[in-house]
Each structure stands twice: as structure tokens, then as C-alpha cells.
Design a protein around this ligand. Structure first.
Ligand SMILES: Nc1ncnc2c1ncn2[C@@H]1O[C@H](COP(=O)(O)OP(=O)(O)O)[C@@H](O)[C@H]1O
Ligand SMILES: [Mg+2]
Length: 499
């Protein structure tokens, strides 16, 4: 076998640079491997060849692409432990040779008695062979020499790096797909709990606007699920493979917010030591969630209007306009229309942001959802901790349903989390809930009887007059409910009563 001691000529060096570029531009593994074998085969005008790669989990060398060679023939070449490929893999050094193929371990057919030129180079990464390229020819035997072997080896070194990169990209892609499906699962509609008519109305609008790009304004008190809804819209829309970017806009300094949203040019203000991409660029193709939008300054309002009208913006201190394609979902716990009337918010921007408004109902207006939410959070906590789903004592459910929830679902979630910790092994009782006994609906000044009536009527209304459901939500018996309604002479609450 020959030593590989002669250098490459300039022509080959140039070719090497070119093939290096060609393979580095292919990030998908299958086409890359094919291209590597094609280039190698053509470089020495071989008739047949294959590329071996080590399988990461089994550590076995496997043929991943082949040219003009059957699996059976390739297996013949690989079989003997003294085969040229095994030698190359053991020594990490490329070889070429001309012999009857039979000598390389080929079967004893007459065909194989022909003189065959063989070249094989290892694919080496950080000193370890990750595979090899095998080529042979019975026609162009003169092409198999030290010079071409040197070329092949240099090329194989580049190919090994390109293959490693493709492996990384493939892994990242797999991981990205996995994370993506996790996100989609987390922000699936069914993770937004709400059987009440008010939440059903929210779901109805959400479904209608999912795949359009219109701007959505989410109004509602803090903790009512505005961000949850924004994420669910994004992860169920055609933009789901691109970024969802959320930015809190309330009480941030104008300069800071402007540079966060739109980026800045190096030197545009003290501390701008580098060019910086804005979040609008990050969100390109995806969805931008602007939280607490009512508080943004006139300068930022003007820049936002431009993004909405023309899809363009400028980094702070820059002269160039950049184009972005972003769906905007904004949220506020104020009444934005009132802010417009008070001249705190531009009217034109208001109409651009507010093509569709979704109003998130406060929890006290959908008390019938409280038991469902409690169950949802208990299950979520149990899933995380791997423990059994905690039970709630009936008086605890009643207290949760009656409380006024100024912090809405967020407060309910925190209350349940705390109660689960405090309750230890037992079921959750009033003691662990730690919520004020009476709600803040101005009920404090009322008698217990009045409060009772008010709550019952409210829940009955939310359950659309369904008494069985009302009794269930309130944690009382149907008999008790009948008795009370009779006592209060409630014949027909707001909607018609059904059992
Ligand atoms: N309908 C709902 N179902 C389940 N969880 C909810 C619901 N609404 C809100 N949450 C939870 O309550 C918390 C507050 O919700 P968030 O979307 O941040 O509210 P907001 O943006 O209106 O302040 C989050 O943990 C969210 O997952
Ligand atoms: Mg929020």
C-alpha cells in the first residue's frame, strides 16, 4: 500500500475550497452525505463507492450512502477483519492500492479477478474515526495515486466537520420540535378553563380570529388570563412556528422600552455600546404581545402606529427603516377608550390595536368556573409533584366560590398552591385557604342572610338557571336550594330556571 506523501497541486486546493463551501452550505444530513460521496467519487473518477458512518447509540459502522454498489457487495468488502476499510478505521490513515478485488475480501467470481484500484479515507473528528469513504475502480486505475489520496483525505476532514454540524442541526431541530409540541400542549385551548357562558364567548371569538392577522386587544383585570389567551392564540395560529414575544410596557422608562421594542444603533445614547436588535425583529413572522399597553408614551405610540400601518420601524438612532411581519396582541387592565377620551392615548392607534376586543371576565362574574379551576390547579400541582390529587373539604369549596377574588385566577391559583403545601397529607380545609371571609363587593355591610341570597342568585344566574348545577357549585343540596328560593320567593331569576 502506498504512502500519502505528495502534496496537492493548486488546482486541487482550489477544488477543495469549493467543495468545502458546497458541503458547508448543506445543513440536512441526507443530501449532505450524498453530496460528499458524489464529490469523492468524481474526484478520482471511481465507479463505485460508499460512505460508512458510526451509529451514535450502537457504535456500529453502517453504510449510509452508496453508489453503484449493492448492499451485498459492500458487505463482502467489509467482512474480513483485514479488509481495507477496517484497516483504515483502525489506523486512522487513508490508503490506496491496486490489486485483484478478491484480495480485498471480494468473492471468488471471475469478475473479481480483474485488477481493481481501491481508495479509502477515514472521516476523523477530534482524533476519532466517525466513518470512512470507500471508492474503487477497474477502469480509471491511474487516478488512484498519492496526490488524489491527499485530496480525498483533506476533503474527508472537511466532510467530517460538515457531518458533525448537520448532526447538531438535526438534534437542535428535534429538540425544537419537541419544545414546540410542549408549548402547543401547554397553550392548548383546553388548558384555558372556563365552562361559563362568558368564557365560552371568549373561546368563540378566539377561534374566529386564530388564523387571521388582525390585531387583538385583550381587556380585563389583572390575573384574568389575558396573557394565557394571547399565547393560546399564537400557538394555535399559522404563526406558531415563529416566535411569541411578550413585552411588559407598564411603568418602564420611555428610553428603555423604545430600545427594547425597536433596538438601537451603536452610540445612539450613552450605554449603547453595540448595535442591538429590537424585539420586533425577534418577533418577525410571529406574534408580539404588548402587555399593559395603556401606559406607553406618545413617542412609542407613534412608532407603534407606523409598525401597524406600514410594517416598518427604525432602530433608535438609525436612519434605515426595517420591515417586519408581526401580529400584535395587546393587553390592558384599563379601559383604553377612556384613555383616548382623556387624551392619554392616540385614537388612531387605538383603532389599529383594537380591531377585535376580547374582554376577559373577572372571576367573580363567573363563579361557576371556580370548582373547575380549582380541580385544574390541583391536578397540575399533583402532576408536577408526582403526588395524589388533593381533595377539598366541602366548606373549603364553598368559601372559594363565595370569595370575591380581586386578584382573579392568579390569586386563586396562588391560594390553591399555598393550601396544598399547608395541608400536608390531609384534604384541604378552610384553615389552609387563608382568604378573607367576606368578599369586597360591598357585602360587608350586609347581613349574612342578604349575602347568602346575593351569592345564590349570582351563581344561579351564571348557571343559566340550572338548579342542579347551582347546588353543585355552591356545595349545597338541591333541597336546600329549593327551600331557599322558595323562602326568597325567587320565581324567575334573570334567565329561566331549569332543573
Ligand atoms: N381560564 C384559565 N384557566 C387556567 N388558568 C388560568 C386561566 N386564566 C388565568 N389562568 C392562570 O392564572 C395566571 C394569571 O394569568 P395571566 O394570563 O397572566 O393573566 P393576566 O395577563 O390577565 O394578568 C396564570 O398562571 C394563568 O395560567
Ligand atoms: Mg398579565
Amino acid at each position: 500500500m502506498a504512502e500519502n506523501n505528495s502534496l496537492m497541486d493548486p488546482q486541487q486546493l482550489k477544488a477543495l475550497v469549493e467543495v468545502g463551501q458546497a458541503i458547508n452550505s448543506i445543513s440536512q444530513k441526507e443530501p449532505l452525505l450524498q453530496k460528499v460521496l458524489d464529490i469523492a467519487t468524481e474526484a478520482i473518477q471511481a465507479e463505485r463507492g460508499f460512505l460508512l458512518l458510526r451509529n451514535d447509540s450502537t457504535h456500529e459502522m453502517r453504510i449510509v450512502v452508496a453508489r453503484n454498489i449493492s448492499e451485498h457487495q459492500a458487505a463482502d468488502i467489509l467482512r474480513p477483519s483485514s479488509s481495507v476499510v477496517n484497516q483504515v478505521l483502525d489506523s486512522n490513515v487513508g490508503v490506496w492500492s491496486v490489486k485483484p478485488l478478491e484480495d480485498f475480501g471480494g468473492s471468488q467470481s471471475v469478475m473479481n479477478m480483474k485488477l481493481t484500484a481501491v481508495a479509502c479515507v477515514p472521516l476523523v473528528l477530534k482524533g476519532t474515526p466517525i466513518g470512512a469513504i470507500y471508492l474503487d475502480s477497474t477502469i480509471n486505475r491511474q487516478q488512484f495515486n498519492n496526490t488524489t489520496l491527499n485530496f480525498l483525505q483533506a476533503f474527508a476532514n472537511q466532510a467530517a466537520i460538515a457531518i458533525e454540524n448537520a448532526n447538531f442541526i438535526e438534534e437542535l431541530q428535534l429538540e425544537k420540535n419537541w419544545l414546540q409540541s410542549e408549548l402547543e400542549r401547554t397553550y392548548a385551548f383546553r388548558e384555558i378553563i372556563g365552562a361559563s357562558p362568558k368564557m365560552q364567548a371568549v373561546f368563540d371569538i378566539m377561534r374566529k380570529i386564530l388564523n387571521s392577522d388582525i390585531s387583538v386587544l385583550l381587556e380585563g383585570e389583572s390575573g384574568t388570563g389575558k396573557e394565557l389567551v394571547a399565547r393560546a392564540i399564537h400557538y394555535n395560529s399559522h404563526r406558531k412556528d415563529k416566535s411569541f414575544v411578550a413585552q411588559f410596557c407598564g411603568n418602564l422608562s420611555e428610553n428603555l422600552l423604545e430600545s427594547e421594542l425597536f433596538g438601537h444603533k451603536k452610540g445612539s445614547f450613552t450605554g449603547a455600546i453595540n448595535d442591538k436588535r429590537g424585539l420586533f425583529e425577534v418577533a418577525d413572522g410571529g406574534t408580539f404581545f404588548l402587555d399593559e399597553i395603556a401606559d406607553i408614551s406618545p413617542v412609542i405610540q407613534a412608532k407603534l402606529l407606523r409598525v401597524l400601518q406600514e410594517g416598518t420601524f427604525r432602530r433608535v438612532g438609525d436612519t434605515e427603516y426595517r420591515k417586519v411581519d408581526v401580529r400584535i396582541i395587546s393587553a390592558t387592565n384599563k379601559n383604553l377608550k377612556v384613555e383616548v377620551k382623556k387624551s392619554n392615548f392616540r385614537e388612531d392607534l387605538f383603532y389599529r390595536l383594537n380591531v377585535i376586543t376580547i374582554t376577559m371576565p373577572p372571576l367573580r362574574e363567573r363563579r361557576s368556573d371556580i370548582p373547575l379551576l380549582v380541580q385544574h390547579f390541583l391536578r397540575k400541582i399533583a402532576d408536577k409533584s408526582g403526588q395524589k390529587v388533593k381533595r377539598l373539604a366541602p366548606e373549603a369549596i364553598r368559601a372559594l366560590t363565595n370569595y370575591n377574588w380581586p386578584g382573579n385566577v392568579r390569586e386563586l391559583e396562588n391560594t390553591i398552591e399555598r393550601a396544598v403545601v399547608l395541608s400536608g397529607e390531609e384534604s384541604i380545609t378552610l384553615k389552609e385557604l387563608i382568604i378573607p371571609e367576606s368578599d369586597g363587593d360591598g357585602l360587608k355591610s350586609k347581613t349574612l342572610k342578604e349575602q347568602e341570597k346575593e351569592i345564590v342568585i349570582k351563581v344561579l344566574d351564571e348557571c343559566e338557571g340550572n338548579k342542579t348545577k347551582t347546588a353543585e357549585v355552591l356545595g349545597v343540596s338541591l333541597r336546600w336550594l329549593h327551600y331557599k328560593l322558595n323562602e326568597w320567593q325567587v320565581v324567575k331569576p334573570v334567565r329561566s330556571i331549569q332543573e
